[in-house]
Ligand binder design. Structure first.
Ligand SMILES: [Zn+2]
Length: 419
């Protein structure tokens, strides 16, 4: 790149008003009285939202392809179209009481990147694409992250097609009805790098007064059932010293779950969310207690350490009290690190643009998790008011929207290359 081009590229900024306007226009489709959006996957409204975004893409000169699960790719060619594209993506379906920004921001930010390149006549080496994935939210149809999951090969197209909503309507029929069964086979779409800009959906950026979260990973999760078995006895005649009170011992385990997570900061999480006490009677010493444990951290190695610690604590507690403590792993999801190259590109873009930033982790799943298993991927977080999402009051400031999109622009330009 010569000095003049470099200066033009360095000075490039997106049009924040145009991006905000498009977000507000899209939010009209399925708008709720409380200022949110209800645009469930594959409903007529989702079809209208898709048509609006695809129409904007065509106006920006993009080529649109749709795959068999309804994922949409909108392409701006590069100088070398043999190179795999640099892709910005997210989703435009919402929760029933969803907001205007979750998902929609990532898709329209990608479109704004392309509009900006068009305005300035900038040609990239690699092509640039914007993608939106079918049924990310998983509210109407299970599983969540359906389109990106099929694309990744996490489950089959047939499995996704067969999923039904509560009224018995299938994904296949509903996709067909809105006209979004494409011809491309999911997964048969090359990607050189993938970036997803998204609201944080948590309070960390706001609490730290940072504009950009440079996302390092999506947290790994382990779910356990813990069962503590003692002996039921009458609450009156049984002296304290001879009791085998399963609930008392359980509360020590529960305290340890939280203490353990506190020892594994900044990203450790420990939660007991479900408790069943047997026989659950006012004047009976509890004979057995079953409760859930949810442990999370940013790497599998850290989750392994937390796993070892909780098991060791359970064994020591059982030995000390003489009660039986069983810890059963019921499911696990590995941590998904993002690619160092993409993390660095996001960090460099934020630094270059002069935005305050901090490393972040995602406690929620995103389409980017599946993409990270296929290509170099990264995420950009922007704050959302009080950390609230999946709610009609979800809110983000226009300047934060603009900042996140500028970071997306410069991270994508770095990856796509400009001569
Ligand atoms: Zn989302």
């Amino acid at each position: 790149m010569d000095m003049k081009t470099k200066r033009v590229v360095d000075d490039l900024r997106i049009d924040g008003d145009r991006l905000w306007g498009s977000l507000m226009d899209l939010a009209q489709i399925g708008a709720t009285k409380k200022g949110g959006v209800c645009r469930l996957a594959l409903t007529e409204l989702d079809g209208k939202g898709r048509d609006l975004v695809v129409g904007w893409a065509r106006m920006a000169g993009l080529t649109v392809t749709v795959d068999k699960i309804g994922n949409v790719f909108m392409r701006r060619p590069g100088r070398n179209n043999a190179l795999p594209p640099v892709v910005a993506g997210s989703h435009i379906d919402t929760q029933p009481t969803g907001g205007k920004f979750d998902g929609n921001f990532g898709v329209l930010a990608g479109l704004e990147v392309i509009r900006t390149l068009n305005d300035h006549g900038i040609e990239t080496e690699a092509p640039i694409e914007v993608a939106f994935w079918t049924n990310e939210e998983g509210s109407r149809f299970v599983p969540v992250m359906m389109g990106s999951g099929v694309f990744r090969g996490a489950f089959t197209l047939e499995h996704a097609y067969a999923a039904k909503d509560t009224e018995g309507k299938s994904v296949f029929d509903e996709l067909e009805k809105i006209g979004y069964i494409g011809s491309e086979i999911p997964g048969q779409h090359p990607m050189g790098a993938y970036f997803e800009a998204h609201i944080e959906q948590g309070p960390v950026l706001e609490a730290n007064a940072k504009t950009i979260g440079v996302v390092q990973a999506v947290l790994g999760i382990r779910w356990y059932d813990c069962t503590v078995t003692g002996m039921e006895a009458h609450a009156g005649p049984t002296p304290m010293a001879v009791r085998k009170d399963a609930l008392q011992v359980s509360t020590r385990m529960m305290q340890e779950v939280v203490a353990l997570a506190n020892r594994y900061q900044p990203h450790g999480r420990g939660t007991v969310g479900m408790v069943q006490v047997h026989p659950n009677s006012r004047n009976v010493i509890p004979g057995s207690v079953k409760f859930s444990i949810d442990l999370r951290n940013s790497t599998d190695a850290l989750v392994d350490e937390m796993d070892a610690e909780i098991r060791k604590y359970a064994a020591a507690l059982a030995a000390e009290t003489g009660l039986d403590i069983q810890l059963e792993l019921v499911s696990q999801y590995p941590a998904q690190p993002f690619h160092p190259n993409c993390i660095a590109a996001v960090q460099r873009a934020a630094d270059k643009l002069g935005y305050s930033s901090m490393p972040a982790v995602s406690g929620a799943g995103h389409d980017a998790v599946y993409m990270a298993q296929l290509c170099e991927a990264g995420m950009i977080f922007i704050p959302c008011k009080d950390g609230i999402s999946h709610n009609e009051i979800e809110d983000t400031k226009p300047e934060e929207i603009t900042a996140g999109c500028n970071v997306l622009l410069h991270a994508m330009l770095e990856r796509a290359g400009v001569k």
